[in-house]
Write a protein that binds this ligand. Structure first.
Ligand code: NDP
Length: 271
């Protein structure tokens, strides 16, 4: 694949942040994008803006925790554009709480959205991806490369997604499909505002300086390059590359770095 022009791309979590940036950027590159998320009004608005610029887009309201709704998203892509070349499992939710304090329902919720959401979409999209010999992309995280303190459920859900997608890659080794795991570091978006706290309520604010983070557009661009090059793993910046490299040789050093960095956050849930 040299360009995304003409490719049919389904993106979950396309109402905000990285998903929205991917939808806009890939449509501008000539892809036919299909947007999924729960905020239907936001999807309607993004779709209309893409179309007003001459792009091709469709959307379906979907809660990725519901298999039937994921089936509807996939059906929307197939009935509107005739197939699927790329599925991007991007819908995600974060958390911030120490494990000893967190209500277990928070961890279940994160698994439901981040892990089961990806599984549900892959289940219905796989036959079409096989037909097109296309790509499945999981938007994981640096927290999916090494455990991130205060985010037990988040890291676990991203590790689970990696295990699932790696297995899918091997099962389909002879079928020409491409599976990529993308691991952004801190990226300016809504993710920390919507993150769940110990009791399951939304954090509503960010403990970090969002202006110093990578932009969602930059992440979208790197994911695009990864798709075109059919990469297995898409690391974004120094945090991801250093984590990946040092984990192989001195994982306890990475433990200490993660502890140091995350315990410095204001109101860090662990000290
Ligand atoms: P945002 O909060 O800005 O976007 C999250 C998206 O997921 C929204 O479109 C939201 O839409 C959607 N979503 C959440 N729950 C559901 C659900 N149950 N069903 C369908 N859609 C859902 O965050 P980001 O753009 O930052 O996050 C995108 C991905 O990137 C996530 O998987 C996240 O884990 C990952 N990531 C983000 C990083 C960051 O620092 N920002 C770092 C590393 C990874 P709606 O509410 O309308 O349903």
């Amino acid at each position: 694949m040299k360009t995304l022009k003409g490719k049919i791309i389904v993106i979950t979590g396309a109402s905000s942040g990285i998903g929205e940036a991917m939808a806009r950027e890939y449509a501008a590159a000539g892809a036919k994008v299909v947007l999924g998320a729960r905020s239907v009004e936001k999807l309607q608005q993004i779709t209309a803006e893409i179309q007003s610029k001459g792009g091709q887009a469709a959307f379906a309201g979907v809660d990725v925790t519901c298999p039937e709704e994921c089936r509807r998203l996939i059906d929307t892509a197939v009935s509107t554009f005739g197939g699927i070349d790329v599925l991007i499992c991007n819908a995600g939710l974060s958390m911030r709480a120490a494990f000893e304090e967190v209500d277990l329902k928070v961890l279940h919720k994160l698994m439901d959205v981040n892990f089961w959401g990806a599984v549900n979409c892959c289940k219905y999209a796989l036959p079409y991806i096989r037909e097109s010999k296309g790509s499945i992309v999981g938007i994981s995280s640096v927290a999916g490369l090494h455990g991130l303190p205060g985010r037990t459920g988040y890291s676990a859900s991203k590790y689970a997604m990696t295990g699932f997608l790696e297995t899918l890659r091997i099962e389909n080794l002879k079928r020409g499909i491409h599976v990529m795991i993308a691991c952004p570091g801190f990226t300016a978006s809504n993710v920390r505002f919507s993150a769940l706290t110990a009791d399951g309520s939304q954090q509503g604010e960010t403990p970090r300086d969002e202006s110093k983070m990578m932009t969602a557009e930059e992440v979208a661009h790197r994911v695009e390059r990864g798709i075109l090059k059919r990469k297995r793993l898409c690391l974004m910046e120094i945090e991801g590359r250093a984590t990946y490299f040092f984990k192989k040789f001195c994982p306890s050093f990475v433990d200490k770095m993660f502890y140091f960095v995350m315990s410095k956050e204001p109101d860090s849930p662990f000290k």
